[in-house]
Design a protein around this ligand. Structure first.
Ligand code: MUC
Ligand code: MG
Length: 367
């Protein structure tokens, strides 16, 4: 069960249509596939999605930090020494996606070695999650049509609507159009990716007061410290901290400061080891949790559902597991399928992320 080698493979897969939101947009999934090899011939996998507009990481930077800093810190360790892995990776600041992919590939290898699924290793609560779909910026009619297509094709009835444009009426019109089209048939929440000021956020939430929203997420920056507290104190729905609360310490600070009342857990930035710590913290604090999406491909989405299904708290709300539907292709031999609004974990050991070698050859950028 000893780690012998870590590979960091850059790959690129285009999107069918770009996903646009207040802090950026994504046209091509330029991710990094991480493979952890062991002395028993087992290979664990995970993927790292660089999000420079959120965490400052780039694809080339993720490959470099994995090859030059993190791989030498874990080669030679047993797969069971997960706390040592965490302590060693934590010596380097930042680089959340690089650290997380390495951490999750180690858990995948451990699951395969022990012949149990990662979900069973973590908590084993259930084998599936309900899915929530993210709607990127567009005109109201196009976003309603997209929601109809997603509902009809996959049975998804929870939508996270990207907001944060100016004037705020651009976005409030979309949410109103969705509620008018679907009535009580769908659940809706909004994510501003820090695009509005606190005052704009308050005005937008007032305009949407009759639209029965589940949550509001990162409407304004957490760095607008007093404005954000003021906003959160006025709301009568949970306010989710996403990119402002990456580590358990960030979560503690944001919650104790009154700058958020719920959190998003994203395995792409906290792996399984740190996501466990964040889950336990949220459990202790009594927080609502949503399993978020860092615009993951299918390997990343498999990681999210594997973690989310592990605990009662993380599987209570629909998880954001469907961004891969916007990609033209992916790396898994057997593509993920969302049906009746649910995504089921893969049966068998580890993550069950068997790759298609031909697709990897085609999309990798290092050969
Ligand atoms: C989300 O929930 O914000 C978009 C930007 C990012 O950092 O993550 C995605 C989704
Ligand atoms: Mg968000």
């Amino acid at each position: 069960m000893k780690i012998t080698r870590v590979e960091a493979i850059p790959f690129a897969i285009p999107y069918r249509k770009p996903l646009r939101f207040a802090s950026g947009e994504v046209h091509t999934a330029e991710h990094v596939l991480v493979r952890v090899h062991t002395d028993d011939g087992i290979v664990g996998v995970a993927e790292a999605p660089p999000r420079p507009f959120t965490y400052g990481e780039t694809q080339a930077g993720i490959v470099a930090v994995l090859e030059t800093v993190f791989a030498p810190q874990v080669v030679g360790l047993s797969l069971l020494e997960r706390e040592t892995v965490h302590a060693r990776l934590s010596r380097t600041v930042g680089n959340p996606a690089a650290k997380s992919a390495l951490d999750m590939a180690i858990w995948d290898a451990l699951g395969q070695s022990l012949d149990v699924s990662v979900t069973e290793l973590l908590g084993g609560y259930t084998d599936r999650m309900k899915v929530s779909h993210m709607l990127g910026f567009d005109e109201p009619a196009a976003m309603v049509a997209e929601a109809e297509r997603i509902r009809d094709s996959y049975g998804i009835t929870t939508f996270k609507v990207k907001v944060g444009r100016r004037p705020v009426s651009l976005d409030t019109a979309v949410v109103r159009a969705l509620r008018e089209r679907f009535g009580t048939e769908v659940d809706l929440y909004v994510d501003g990716n820090r695009g509005w000021t606190a005052a704009e956020s308050a005005r937008a939430m007032q305009e949407m007061a009759d639209l029965d929203l589940l949550f509001a997420e990162e409407l304004c920056p957490a760095d607008d410290v007093l404005g954000r507290r003021w906003l959160v104190s006025r709301l009568d729905i949970p306010f989710i901290a996403d990119e402002s609360a990456v580590t358990p310490a960030d979560v503690t600070r944001e919650i104790l400061a009154g700058s958020a009342t719920a959190i998003s857990i994203k395995t792409a930035r906290t792996g399984f080891t740190r996501s466990q710590r964040t889950h336990h913290l949220a459990d202790g604090l009594g927080l609502e949790v949503v399993m978020g999406n860092q615009i993951d491909g299918q390997v990343g989405s498999l990681c999210t559902v594997a973690f989310g299904a592990s605990y009662e708290l993380t599987s209570r709300r629909p998880g954001e597991l469907s961004n891969f539907l916007d990609m033209t292709d992916d790396l898994l031999a057997e593509p993920l399928r969302i049906a009746d609004g649910e995504l089921v974990i893969r049966p068998g050991a580890g993550l069950g992320a068997e790759l298609d070698p031909g697709k990897l050859r085609h999309y990798r950028q290092d050969r």
